[in-house]
Ligand binder design. Structure first.
Ligand code: HEM
Length: 354
């Protein structure tokens, strides 16, 4: 990392984080309206322009008509209906291209101008490569449409979402560190710091399980809370063979797993937020902990409401709020980066604890 605060670089990376949030919003919207398999071509550079002629539209429609999803689920779809699904997915993909440009071009420029240390530049390059991997994974998920698959598979969607959240976490952490490279020493709250690290891990795992719920359409079954149609664990939870498949493809099991892990996660995040609010950390961290408490409560209520109502729109808001919740948790953890155990407040000890 660069040793002095650099607001320009930090703000640039915060813009990338905001763009990643936009990407989740666009991808989630495309999934909600069922547009996941609509674009069956992968042209990272030339695909930046949408079909402009009637013949070009017929060509992309023809590609979609080769999918099992079209043949079995939407055989009467018209070109106009296809176009209305195509555009949201297209805009999301172009947003990804724009994000890659907004990341890559300043990266090269800042590095060339000596504004980035080699170490930081290489780290950012690694994040860029991870982003390219994320895009490739997204395409592979989409391309499954050509092989008899009816909907984007949970085995692709969950890792796709988890990788996005890992990149988002790393990007946000880097941006915050560049804006504030010297953490203030905070004595006696290293336990809270650990709790926040655990919270981040649990949130990402819960988000992964949430993606399984969304991908399997499990929002449409067991619409009761806290029990699942009168059962703590529904009898169908192990009906698929081999057994491990239930963890990814059985609606009962993935919903059960998401409920249980989400409850554990929410409790731990609330405990961390309350501890943070009670600690004398100053107004800025206090605001962050307040935000964390608010977002985790809203997240839980949104999850329950989406489930009980079966409304995909609420599920979508629940998805977006999860990203904001993760961001708040990362910011709280970052604010406590300089926490040291009581009695170990020497700066050298602090550096070792980093
Ligand atoms: C810390 C708490 C929670 C987190 C971080 C979380 C995260 C998520 C995420 C990220 C998704 C969407 C994934 C995607 O669209 O690819 C999701 C989906 C879902 N979650 Fe949660 N969730 C939490 C709590 C809950 C709770 C308590 C419930 C219900 C009791 C719940 C029920 C659902 C349902 C039904 C969906 C599917 C929505 C849809 O199909 O549109 N969640 N969750």
């Amino acid at each position: 990392m660069n040793a002095r605060p650099d607001r320009l670089i930090g703000n640039w990376l915060l813009i990338i984080c905001a763009m990643m949030f936009g990407m989740v919003a666009g991808g989630g919207h495309a999934r909600t309206i069922g547009a996941g398999f609509i674009i069956q071509q992968w042209r990272p550079l030339t695909g930046i322009i949408p079909p402009l002629t009637h013949a070009a539209w017929l060509h992309v429609f023809d590609l979609y008509r080769q999918t099992a999803q079209f043949r079995l689920l939407h055989p009467t779809m018209t070109l106009a209906q296809f176009q209305s699904l195509f555009m949201p997915m297209f805009i999301d993909r172009d947003w990804g291209r724009l994000m890659a440009l907004v990341f890559a071009l300043p990266l090269v420029w800042f590095w060339w101008r000596g504004r980035l240390s080699n170490r930081l530049a290489l780290w950012l390059l690694a994040l860029f490569a991870a982003g390219a991997g994320e895009a490739t994974m997204g395409w592979l998920m989409t391309y499954q449409g050509m092989f008899g698959v009816l909907h984007p598979s949970p085995l692709y969607l969950a890792p796709h979402f988890v990788l996005a959240m890992l990149i988002f976490t790393a990007m946000l952490w880097t941006a915050l560190t560049i804006r504030n490279p010297e953490p203030p020493i905070i004595t006696g709250h290293s336990g809270l710091r650990t709790l926040l690290s655990v919270s981040i891990g649990l949130l990402i795992a819960t988000i992964g399980l949430g993606a399984l719920v969304a991908a399997t359409g499990a929002i449409h079954v067991y619409n009761t809370f806290p029990l699942m149609d009168g059962h703590a664990l529904p009898p169908h939870a192990f009906k698929l063979h081999p057994l491990w498949l239930n963890l990814f493809a059985n609606q009962a099991t993935v919903q059960f797993d998401h409920r249980v892990l989400a409850t554990i996660t929410a409790i731990i995040v609330v405990v961390a937020a309350v501890q943070g609010l009670r600690a004398p950390l100053g107004p800025k961290p206090r605001d962050l902990f307040l935000l964390l408490a608010g977002l985790v409560i809203v997240q839980y209520i949104l999850g329950m409401s989406a489930l009980v109502s079966g409304m995909a729109g609420l599920g979508y808001v629940h998805e977006l709020n999860a990203v904001l919740l993760l961001a708040a948790c990362v910011a709280c953890r970052h604010a406590l980066r300089g926490a040291v155990p009581a009695g170990a407040e020497h700066p050298l000890v602090m550096k070792a604890a980093e």
